[in-house]
Design a protein around this ligand. Structure first.
Ligand SMILES: [Zn+2]
Length: 339
């Protein structure tokens, strides 16, 4: 559809989106509005950034990763978020607009991957995945499904319902079941609620088969990287132990009733509608959707074995978004005993 060189255009648009994601990643967990202040600012000196600072990738490189005004180091995250988002947009651009001809799929996957990048970085730092990000994925999946309907695509339905709805159901139920069974068996919170809501969105975009495969990839990635992470943390924790005793709050796992009620709420999309009707959200979940716990930069303390599963789920979803065909074909051949 487009010549190959246009992949660079896709990459640079993606990098610009990544620049916006950096704003999302910084502001959303801190409860700062995305539109106010309208201009980006340096987190250290609060200086408003000018036009040259807003060129993705280049501005960071040209200034050697420092703020032009106060010379304080800008975290490399700003560069990598733009780089990763740009690369993903480039890949989807190539797959759907150069090698293939599916502009709607390109838009859906590019938006989806951008939301996942934001979710990964926010979850790694704050151990939350904002409801807005999860809602954005769900809406992307439903909108793409509507396009499939308009194209009379045979993919638009599954199990007698819209395929995005089927995927969202599969995603929500499977992660919720892990949370519920884990709570029953071990008396501990096994899964974050953000993870359940995110997998609902992943299911809506990837549809049931690829969504399940992405959870499988997440488990494999989590097992490998998680072990490394725990080992690395234990080392730093041993060092921290010498510094003094840790103040540990009493651990109270969530009640099964609350887990049931929340799971039902996610199926009914109360967390999504609740973004527009906060009273609905408060009525069901007992908290304000826009309440922000005071998060200060190095404030988030982590237990020795706490690994947020969200980043792995998001990574698994990105892997499936890129390699859906080869992975699903391989799984199918394996199930049919051809491998
Ligand atoms: Zn500065």
């Amino acid at each position: 559809m487009f010549p190959e060189w246009t992949v660079l255009v896709g990459f640079y648009i993606g990098a610009a989106i990544g620049s916006f994601l950096n704003v999302v990643i910084y502001r959303m967990p801190r409860g700062i509005s995305l539109g106010n202040p309208k201009h980006s600012f340096c987190p250290n000196c609060n200086h408003q950034l000018g036009i040259p600072d807003l060129f993705p990738l280049l501005s960071w490189l040209v200034q050697f990763g420092k703020c032009r005004y106060c010379r304080v180091k800008v975290p490399s995250r700003y560069f990598w978020v733009e780089m990763v988002t740009g690369s993903l947009w480039g890949i989807f651009w190539w797959q759907n607009l150069v090698a293939g001809t599916d502009p709607f799929r390109f838009v859906a996957l590019a938006l989806f991957a951008s939301a996942l990048v934001a979710a990964i970085y926010i979850d790694l730092k704050f151990f939350i995945i904002p409801d807005q990000v999860n809602a954005a994925m769900l809406v992307t999946g439903l909108a793409y499904n509507a396009v499939l309907f308009a194209q009379h695509s045979p993919r638009s339905m599954m199990w007698g319902m819209p395929v995005a709805v089927a995927g969202a159901l599969v995603g929500t139920v499977s992660l919720w079941a892990v949370a519920f069974l884990g709570r029953l068996a071990f008396g501990k919170d096994a899964m974050g609620h953000g993870d359940i809501k995110m997998t609902r969105g992943i299911g809506a975009v990837l549809f049931p088969a690829a969504a399940l495969a992405s959870i499988g990839v997440a488990v494999i990635l989590g097992a490998f990287l998680g072990i490394i992470q725990i080992l690395a943390r234990r080392k730093t924790q041993d060092e921290a132990k010498d510094a003094g005793p840790e103040d540990e709050g009493e651990y109270v796992p969530e009640s099964l009733g609350s887990l049931l009620k929340c799971g039902l709420g996610y199926l009914l999309l109360i967390d999504v509608f609740g973004l527009f009707v906060p009273r609905l959200y408060e009525w069901w979940f007992g908290e304000n959707p826009f309440a922000v716990e005071a998060v200060e930069d190095e404030d988030v303390e982590v237990g020795a074995t706490t690994i947020p599963f969200g980043p792995y789920l998001a990574l698994g979803a990105i892997v499936l978004a890129i390699f859906e065909k080869p992975i699903l074909t391989a799984v199918e051949r394996y199930i049919n005993g051809e491998m």
